[in-house]
Design a protein around this ligand. Sequence first.
Ligand code: SAM
Length: 254
Amino acid sequence: MSHPNDPGVDDPSESPAAGTDEGAERHPKYGARIRSFVVRPGRMGTGQVRALAELGPAFILPFKPAPMDYAAVFGRQAPVVLEIGFGMGAATAQIAQTLPDHDFIGCEVHEPGVGALLKLIGEREIPNIRIFQHDAVEVLDSMIPPGSLAGVHIYFPDPWHKKRHHKRRLVQPPFIAKLVKHLAPGGYLHLATDWEPYAQQMLEVLSADPDLENTATRPDGYADKPDYRPQTKFEHRGLKLGHGVWDLVFRRRG
Ligand SMILES: C[S@@+](CC[C@H](N)C(=O)[O-])C[C@H]1O[C@@H](n2cnc3c(N)ncnc32)[C@H](O)[C@@H]1O
């Protein structure tokens, strides 16, 4: 019998956004929302600890259940891209430097990753990234205004290989429908994975959403990797294991 404290079940009372997460996967017995991650302790390097202390207050946004004002946060009007699960953030930093006219909001729950991205922000003086160290699903539910995003990046999301864990996968119809509502008309959704069954699931889910259109011209429906996306850490790991890589780029219909 599963237990409410099993890592597969989260206490709904912990969720400040409880009640706003319509369409979320819920545990059949306990009603708690099923999350796409498990927070595991990780060792922090001294540079990451220092970056958290010195840059965290300026670049980490506090989670609060109220829509955010991008112009106030970034000090300018620019297209805003949300990244879900940036890991150690190397790709995020590089993309933000490649696209200086865009602003980037990165969500990551793994603290060493947050420290690592802050370190890069400090070293390279990257002005156009802000971070939520918080569940991206709650950030989306509570803080991202509908129709406001120019794009969403989800690179190498946890594939949750075991069948009994598939419910934890981020890319499922209700969550994608919710993401699409937060895209501006013409806004894009860029996903990548090295796990072929998950790539197939992504293609199926995105293709079935009536508000999305596939930008890919390849007959298999997958996109060529856009130039702005560098190789990510998890992609590198997948390639070393002999995995393939699949990118998907869909747009919200205008
Ligand atoms: C497999 S890693 C990939 C990291 C990175 N994108 C890369 O390609 O190297 C997936 C990351 O997503 C994060 N994650 C999963 N679900 C999340 C959520 N709901 N909100 C924020 N981060 C999440 C995990 O903590 C993990 O670091």
